[in-house]
Design a protein around this ligand. Structure first.
Ligand code: ZN
Length: 292
């Protein structure tokens, strides 16, 4: 409790090591207790593979932690847990038997998990009776818990702005869209020529996505600009969580990503810079297909 907000990775020499010692003393005195270290990578990064400055200090803190772990009596009634988003950079010494030797992977939630998470956040706001959380869960593959919380809050704000008593599906869907594509920018005015190009570009994505059997189905296309870069956008969401993709699916997806640029070429006989992001995405995907 005392250390709830305490930074173990201190900047003063010797400070981190001292805090680790005090933390474990406190836990032993208060047993039964749980010690939870968030962002374990901040002090458990592999030694020698580090940043500039404060390097020795971090090693000292880590060494003190290892010492405490080794002197840890399993019967002392203290459970030690750590959390990290980057397990791959942890010092291997931390993960040896008797130390942090059990790993529980908490992946992004699947559709069932997302529905359960939405249910929790839905308790904090007023939702219209028509709202079906399962539908929202299906439409949000790849969303983490924080993203889902954000969708529910964002929808509540939209509903309030529209003088509605409760969030309806329309606010929730818009909140999902915002989260995927960024905020609407009505102030960004495209001239007629640009609007035509963007419209054909987005329609190109949609057509290819619709025609090819293995590409993701198109959910919505728009030429209302959102976020920083997109002039228009095509939302195609997988209908379900995907764990495996076949070569065919990847190739069809690649084609759909390039569909915008192709449409510009077919319709206008020339291409614009509008496909920069698409090319980047396609290149990344093609590269992973070859290398991984
Ligand atoms: Zn595009």
């Amino acid at each position: 409790d005392v250390y709830k907000r305490q930074e173990l990775a201190q900047k003063y020499i010797g400070e981190g090591g001292r805090l680790v010692r005090e933390l474990f003393d406190l836990a032993r005195n208060k047993a039964p207790a749980i010690v939870f270290i968030d962002e374990l990578d901040a002090l458990g990064k592999a030694r020698g593979a580090g940043s500039f400055g404060g390097h020795d200090e971090r090693e000292q803190t880590l060494n003190q932690l290892l010492t405490e772990l080794d002197g840890f009596d399993t019967n002392a009634g203290v459970i030690l847990m750590g959390a990290t988003n980057r397990p791959e950079i942890l010092d291997p010494a931390l993960l040896r038997p008797g130390r942090f030797d059990r790993t529980v992977e908490v992946d992004r939630p699947d559709v069932k998990g997302r529905e359960a998470i939405l249910k929790i956040h839905a308790k904090e706001v007023k939702l219209a009776r028509e709202v079906v959380l399962h539908k929202l869960a299906v439409r949000t593959p790849g969303f983490a818990g924080a993203d889902l919380a954000n969708v529910v809050n964002e929808a509540a704000l939209l509903a309030a702005r529209r003088d509605k008593e409760a969030s309806t599906m329309s606010e929730l869907e818009e909140a999902i869209e915002r989260s995927v594509a960024g905020l609407e920018r009505k102030s960004r005015v495209l001239n007629e020529k640009e609007r035509r190009i963007v419209a054909y570009h987005e329609a190109g994505h949609a057509m290819v996505g619709e025609i090819l059997p293995e590409a993701n189905p198109v959910q919505k296309i728009s030429i209302v600009s959102r976020g920083i870069a997109a002039l228009g956008y095509t939302l195609n969401m997988p209908l379900e969580d995907r764990y495996l993709m076949t070569r065919e699916e990847l190739q069809d997806t690649l084609a759909a990503i390039l569909g915008g640029r192709a449409a510009e070429e077919v319709v206008f006989g020339e291409i614009s810079t509008g496909a920069a992001n698409d090319l980047q995405q396609a290149t990344q995907m093609a590269e992973r297909m070859v290398k991984e």
